[in-house]
Design a protein around this ligand. Structure first.
Ligand code: GLN
Length: 312
């Protein structure tokens, strides 16, 4: 799959990949063995246009666990199931200025700051419809698949490791349960969240998932309406302010597009009304964002003038 692509747009992505593949800073996530064993040379780039065409290069079909890139999509499902006001009653929409496992909760309400940090994501996955945690997990897996345009599966080894090592998430969940922002059985809610993080996707999937948001909630491959367009808009707005954790301000300044990163090395980006991008490369910077994926998005945004605040 490393032969030069013949399509001009894929060739352009491939030039970005070749220019950045020798960037060797950062380390793959090390908190569980499955992620620390990731090949640091893996690097894929994909773009899905709203006509459903996918352009990709490098390791764009290698499966990895979606991790925090699941958060905007599960937020979207929670919005579809509960509506904006009821979701906002339980989780805020303010950037935290802190890392993804921040323990800050809003005084008084106990709400986590936003759905893109772990605490907020644990709450949003508990708000997805389902009579019990298994049904919620099933709806999340099917929903992520609807965004990706294909059936997805869970990496059970990663799920088991997440669950075995997830004490900080566990602590967050108990704090929120105590504060009233997370209801129900805490261990069961955590299992739903850990399973959501362990869903396997590819770089191509990330491009399609973000193209679905960019297209107002309709999947460009399957034509399926996954969420209402106003909910896709809400998700992109929160991604723009909170998607890159405590690097969100710098990201908006320099790249200027709604995006979400995850500890397995994926970053998904959406240009509303235009396309979705997926980038995958496991080595992370100190904030837990993929080094090569960040560099690739900087380059693409600059070269093609994609910044949303650009006047012309
Ligand atoms: N599973 C990871 C966690 O909950 C996801 C975090 C991330 O991707 N930033 O800690």
């Amino acid at each position: 799959h490393n032969k030069p692509p013949d399509d001009p747009l894929a060739a352009l992505l491939d030039r970005v990949r070749i220019r950045l593949r020798d960037l060797t800073e950062g380390e793959p996530a090390s908190y569980i063995p499955e992620l620390s064993r990731a090949d640091p040379d893996l690097f894929g780039l994909s773009l899905c246009a709203l006509d459903g065409q996918v352009y990709s290069c490098g390791d764009s079909e290698v499966p990895f666990t979606v991790q925090s890139v699941s958060k905007p999509f599960v937020f979207a499902l929670a919005l579809a199931d509960q509506g904006l006001e009821d979701v906002l009653a339980r989780v805020g929409a303010e950037p935290s200025g802190e890392g993804f496992s921040s323990i800050r909760l809003e005084p008084g309400t106990g709400r986590p700051p936003n759905p893109m940090v772990n605490a907020g994501a644990i709450v949003t996955s508990s708000l997805v419809a389902g009579a019990n945690p298994d049904e919620r997990s099933a709806r999340i897996l099917a929903g992520l698949g609807a965004f990706a345009g294909r059936d997805l599966t869970v990496d059970d080894a990663v799920f088991a490791s997440e669950r075995a090592t997830g004490d900080r998430n566990r602590a967050l969940a108990y704090l929120m349960h105590n504060a009233g922002s997370l209801t129900g059985d805490v261990e069961e809610q955590l299992a739903v969240y850990f399973r959501q993080c362990s869903v396997l996707v590819t770089c191509d999937d990330l491009a399609v998932m973000h193209a679905t948001l960019a297209g107002g909630g309709t999947n460009p491959l399957t034509g399926e309406r996954v969420v209402a367009s106003h909910h896709a808009q809400h998700v992109l707005a929160v991604m723009a302010t909170c998607g890159m954790y405590d690097a969100s301000g710098q990201w908006m300044l320099r790249v200027g597009l709604p995006a979400k990163s995850g500890v397995s090395g994926g970053i998904g980006v959406a240009l509303p009304g235009q396309f979705g991008i997926g980038v995958f490369s496991p080595p992370l910077d100190e904030k837990g964002n993929s080094v090569r994926a960040i560099a690739a998005c900087h380059l693409l945004s600059e070269q093609f003038g994609l910044h949303l605040m650009r006047a012309t």
